[in-house]
Ligand binder design. Structure first.
Ligand SMILES: [Zn+2]
Length: 361
């Protein structure tokens, strides 16, 4: 359900959307003086990413880049010639390492001989993307078979990781972003705020004076960002990190204009933070209810994500299921036992204490 207010702004699920339509693919829309919203197409169900262009002196700073493919480069060529008025990029800021955000980062940095700004963990994670193994190794098999997939199903998941879509063009070096540092871009002071859970050290940019938050994938208005346990760290607790990040973002005023990486810019940040928290806590309750008897992650995935279809969906769904299971284990509310090479999760008695580290140690 949505409605329009007197200013013509759309209200949907408690959030206000000042722009009724996004710019067309490859077009820009000025959302604040010297700040352009650029739509870049993606060849997925989620068919776009929002990039932001910030005027700085005799050039522009880009926030995020699009996927590494021919279409992205063609769109950028049009943007360079028209929207940017022939002025160069003087820097690229990347919010996090996911392929739709860093895809052509190396290409842009090389073309304009400009610096790249990222957090250290995201820069390292981006390098991992390009260094995937050619064959399904022990750690990969172990992770998915312990979740409850068969050997054949596990091997079928492996090629998804090696898709050309997910190999970015990587720059050689970077300038490090840290929590709380300020970037001065075009007369605006942008403070770096770090979020975790969707990616290891996601950078958001917050301009307090003008009430603007470039939120990347840390806060999206309608869809929820993936919060997954990955094969690279099977014992991680990304949901704990994600819920913690939601609370920390409450330090940003509710009144800011949020500029997200997907869908449309919106207002009412705190309402959205409440919704994101409630979404995951509802999943936590669903998972707990299903663990009245010991169940594998694959069995729990079928309860939590009954609509998951196809291998890519399954890979995301099992990652999310494990994120909720690991969170509940860290809270001491689930225990995990291994039988015949598969982990099974069951509710603990009230008052049980969590083990800080899992595995044999
Ligand atoms: Zn992402």
């Amino acid at each position: 359900m949505s409605r329009l207010d007197a200013q013509g702004h759309e209200w949907r699920s408690g959030l206000r959307f000042p722009w009724p339509q996004p710019p067309a693919n490859g077009e820009v829309l000025e959302v604040a003086p010297g700040l352009l919203w650029l739509r870049m197409p993606l060849p997925f169900g989620l068919d776009h990413i929002n990039l932001y262009l910030l005027r700085h002196g005799q050039g522009w700073v880009a926030v995020d880049t699009g996927l590494n493919n021919v279409q992205t480069r063609e769109v950028w060529e049009g943007v360079f010639a028209q929207a940017l008025g022939g002025l160069p990029l003087v820097a690229v800021v990347c919010t996090h390492f996911h392929s739709d955000h860093v895809g052509v980062l190396g290409w842009l940095a090389e073309r304009f001989r400009c610096p790249v700004y990222m957090t250290a963990s995201e820069f390292q994670a981006m390098h991992q993307l390009g260094g995937r193994r050619a064959t399904c190794d022990w750690a990969f098999s172990e992770h998915y078979q312990k979740a409850g997939f068969t050997c054949e199903q596990t091997e079928a998941l492996f090629p998804l990781l090696n898709s050309a879509h997910f190999s970015p063009e990587i720059p050689t070096g970077f300038t490090r972003l840290r929590e709380g540092v300020t970037l001065n871009i075009g007369g605006r002071a942008w403070q770096v705020l770090i979020g975790r859970g969707h990616s290891p050290e996601h950078a958001c940019l917050y301009c307090a004076d003008d009430g603007l938050l470039i939120s990347g994938d840390q806060v999206l208005p309608r869809i929820t960002s993936s919060v997954c346990v990955e094969v690279t760290e099977p014992e991680a607790n990304p949901l704990g990190d994600w819920l913690d990040s939601i609370e920390r973002l409450r330090a940003v005023p509710d009144s800011v204009l949020v500029l997200p990486a997907h869908e449309r810019p919106f207002c009412n940040l705190h309402t959205r933070l409440d919704q994101l928290r409630d979404h995951h806590l509802a999943h936590v309750q669903t998972l707990l209810a299903a663990c009245d008897v010991p169940r594998s992650a694959v069995e729990l995935m079928a309860v939590m994500f009954p609509k998951a279809k196809g291998r890519f969906d399954e890979m995301m769904a099992i990652g999310e299921t494990l994120a909720h299971a690991n969170y509940l284990m860290a809270e001491g509310r689930l225990r995990r036992d291994e039988a015949e090479g598969v982990f099974r999760y069951a509710r603990t008695a009230d008052g049980a204490t969590a083990r800080p580290v899992s595995g044999p140690l």
